[in-house]
Design a protein around this ligand. Sequence first.
Ligand SMILES: [Zn+2]
Length: 222
Amino acid sequence: MKAKIKEAGDAIPAKTNIQTFSERTVPMIPADQQECTPRPEHPPERRGVSRSRVIEAAKEAVPVVDLADLLVGAGGLKRLGAEWVGRCPLPDHEDRTPSFTVNPEKNLFWCFGCLRGGDVIELARFAWGYGKSEVAMAAALLLREFGHELPARPDSWFGKNARQAPVRAAAEECRKRAFRRRTFRVLMAAYVARGIEDEDELRREISAAWEDWQGALRRIGR
Ligand SMILES: [Zn+2]
């Protein structure tokens, strides 16, 4: 399971067509956040209109069978009547018999083993370890995984809703931080900065997005 999630993470840069990184956003990542110090947990996310747009966009853009196929792995899903069947890819279910089913017509999944089911967002949430209050983050990551852009610059929620993964060994964290910083620069910095003229606002947005980006990558083990 872990290996599959990593593969998914690797797919982000190749498939995403974010505009080129803008020079002026480079120094905006606060210097103190480039150190290898464990970060404190963030407060819970707040509700905002742009979050539901991200969720709707992800539901529309990514069929549940596509995510299931990614999670289960190539050849892992077999056609059985109207459904696809395979071993459950969810991290806390060790599925010996194929219990995991996807109905492409209804665009829903159901696992007879762990009794979980739902739409593509729910599958992403379970697979990547997001809580019920973090559906928008799961949806945003889903869009990125499949090479889609977020529908709008997610101002309010994107800056506030990430909870950081538990503190890890400092050396490992340091290596991962370099990866996060690099991918943030390439994929996110220019995107977040788009349309912001005010320098202070830009600094705040970049800083907040950087925190969220780290949180999101931590969840997929990067
Ligand atoms: Zn299951």
